[in-house]
Design a protein around this ligand. Structure first.
Ligand code: ATP
Length: 306
């Protein structure tokens, strides 16, 4: 029983009238894993998260969380998960302690249990001296850390982090990464959505890339890089394609990221040689990364609404 997946999705689909937001999503998340759900705006990530705890009712497929069906057993599932949503949704006029006490009472925790738990978690998130501060006096990073405290109040087995570090400064981002890695090492299962590919590489042992409701890539970060975009990338200025082309080996890839002209080759030395033979100096030479995989699989064009 302990080996049963925490989340098991088979062919999960969601239609909003004629619009297919999710098409046949398969996903398995085991205990203690951190799985990243990546994809452009509108790919269906939040829709899937909503399906997990019954806020969105799927139109098709099988879905189990802790072996329970969110369509009929959402209440039992919600008790066992902690969610850091995209918006903090804290009560601005109340203090940190008042906010946390309210959420603890929603979760059925008595004041006697809640208060020491809140104190412990505030200290864990380096907020112990903010207990009596009103929310509106906190910085964005403090509010985000407090939203983590709220998600952890009931000591959940599964943490769902929806863009946990968007818009935060690097020091807060790194602190939250440390905490997520630590929570995972303590056996928590984590599902995270993010637009930061480096964040996904740092945190996740499995990645699922969604595009327009469909899974377009899945695997461990290194596996995805090795499979979809192995080697090294040279980033060249816009408009040098014709100067580079005669010097490319057949297996090398010429592509664009924004306006920039990029070349992927198997070895770093290949790119040094390309600079010498073409006479074009690269802006940057680097190993392939998850961002390359993401742009390759989802296309790099902007969505209409951007
Ligand atoms: N209640 C709804 N009614 C109609 N369409 C919806 C509804 N909820 C979501 N959608 C549509 O479903 C698609 C998927 O949306 P979703 O919010 O799941 O994307 P996402 O991957 O989470 O995007 P983001 O990165 O911007 O959060 C979008 O095109 C969205 O407009």
């Amino acid at each position: 029983m302990t080996d049963s997946p925490i989340i098991q999705a088979r062919g999960v689909a969601k239609r909003f009238d004629d619009f297919e937001a999710l098409a046949a999503l398969d996903l398995e998340v085991k205990k203690g894993q951190c799985v990243g759900l990546l994809g452009p705006n509108g790919a269906g990530k939040s829709t899937f998260i909503g399906c997990l705890y019954g806020v969105v009712v799927r139109s098709g497929g099988e879905l189990n969380v802790f072996g329970l069906d969110p369509a009929t057993q959402a209440r039992d599932i919600k008790r066992r998960i902690g969610v850091v949503p995209q918006e903090n949704a804290l009560d601005d006029g109340l203090t940190v302690l008042e906010n946390m006490r309210i959420y603890a009472s929603f979760g059925g925790l008595s004041r006697k249990v809640a208060d020491p738990r809140i104190a412990e978690l505030l200290s864990y998130m380096l907020l112990e001296n903010k207990k009596d501060a009103t929310i509106k006096t906190l910085s964005g990073g403090m509010k985000r850390r407090l939203t983590f405290v709220r998600a952890l109040l009931a000591d959940p087995e599964l943490l769902i982090l929806d863009e946990p570090t968007t818009g935060l400064d690097p020091s807060v981002r790194h602190l939250l990464w440390e905490k997520v890695i630590e929570l995972r090492s303590r056996g928590k299962t984590i599902l995270v959505t993010t637009h930061y590919m480096h964040e996904a590489e740092v945190l996740c042992d499995q990645i699922v890339i969604l595009d327009r409701g469909k899974v377009v890539g899945t695997g461990a970060p290194r596996e995805l890089i090795e499979r979809e975009a192995p080697g090294f990338v040279g980033i060249f200025p816009a408009g040098v394609e014709e100067a580079l082309k005669p010097h490319l080996a057949a297996t090398w890839e010429l592509f664009h990221q924004g306006q920039q002209c990029c070349v992927r080759a198997p070895r770093f030395d290949d790119l040094l040689e390309l600079q010498r033979t073409s006479g074009v100096t690269a802006l940057q030479l680097r190993p392939s990364n998850l961002e390359d995989v993401y742009l390759k699989l989802t296309g790099s064009e902007l969505n209409d609404d951007e």
